[in-house]
Ligand binder design. Structure first.
Ligand code: C5P
Length: 214
């Protein structure tokens, strides 16, 4: 097994990125960095209107225990970021270059050595262009909305509209738009269950671990 592996998973909301990354963390000893969570936290803290000076004052404490956990003023960021309002703040903040620089720097610092799986929208295209393995997950909009509606227990039509709007914004922004990274393996998860997707990715990782030349 290699000491150093970087796996990136990119794709739109609800395509299964975080679920798979968490499985790789639980079962295979990877540490997971959820870059969307950092955008959400920055969006929440700045109410969707970050400024260059304001961002400089934000500091996250990082803990690596069961996984990578980020704390803001002593509070685990997970406790306040999982609302759709926060996702919208995140998507608005994510259009700004200084916000992206902050997140990219944070992710690269955390994953400086060891085995990491990093998920988001530009992890394989911008943050880690030399990643050992790049995955691009896609799924039909309705299926993605269905997954989120189940998780959040909210109206599916509303979620579908929200996700569609966020997809558009993420794909069409000028800086680091959501794209399939060069050299990425694309997996359409619409008709696959989580275990199938996990097994496909696990096979690719086993190939990396067995490869003596990389
Ligand atoms: O993945 P998640 O839905 O939590 O991400 C929230 C928002 O953060 C996305 O809609 C996107 O605008 C932004 N994001 C990004 N680049 C990443 C991760 C997330 O622009 N690498």
């Amino acid at each position: 097994m290699k000491d150093r592996i970087v796996v990136t998973i990119d794709g739109p909301a609800g395509s299964g990125k975080s679920t798979i990354a968490k499985l790789l963390q639980e079962r295979d000893g990877f540490l997971h960095i959820d870059t969307g969570a950092v955008y959400r936290a920055l969006g929440y803290i700045t109410k969707g209107s970050p400024t260059k000076d304001g961002i400089k004052k934000i500091h996250f404490d990082i803990e690596r225990k069961k996984g990578v956990e980020l704390f803001y003023n002593g509070v685990n960021i997970e406790t306040f970021i999982r609302t759709e309002e926060c996702a919208k703040f995140a998507s608005d903040a994510a259009k700004m270059d200084f916000v992206r620089e902050f997140v990219n720097k944070t992710a690269r610092q955390i994953a400086a050595n060891g085995r990491y799986v990093i998920d988001g929208r530009d992890c394989g295209s911008v943050i880690f262009p030399d990643a050992d393995l790049k995955i691009f997950l896609v799924a039909d909009l309705y299926e993605r909305a269905k997954r989120r509606a189940k998780e959040e227990k909210r109206n599916i039509d509303l979620i579908e509209r929200e996700i569609k709007a966020r997809d558009e914004q993420d794909k069409n922004r000028k800086i680091a738009p959501l794209v399939k990274p060069k050299g990425a393996f694309e997996i359409d998860t619409t008709y696959l269950n989580i275990e199938d997707v996990y097994q496909r990715i696990k096979k690719l990782i086993e190939g990396l671990d067995a490869d003596k030349n990389s």
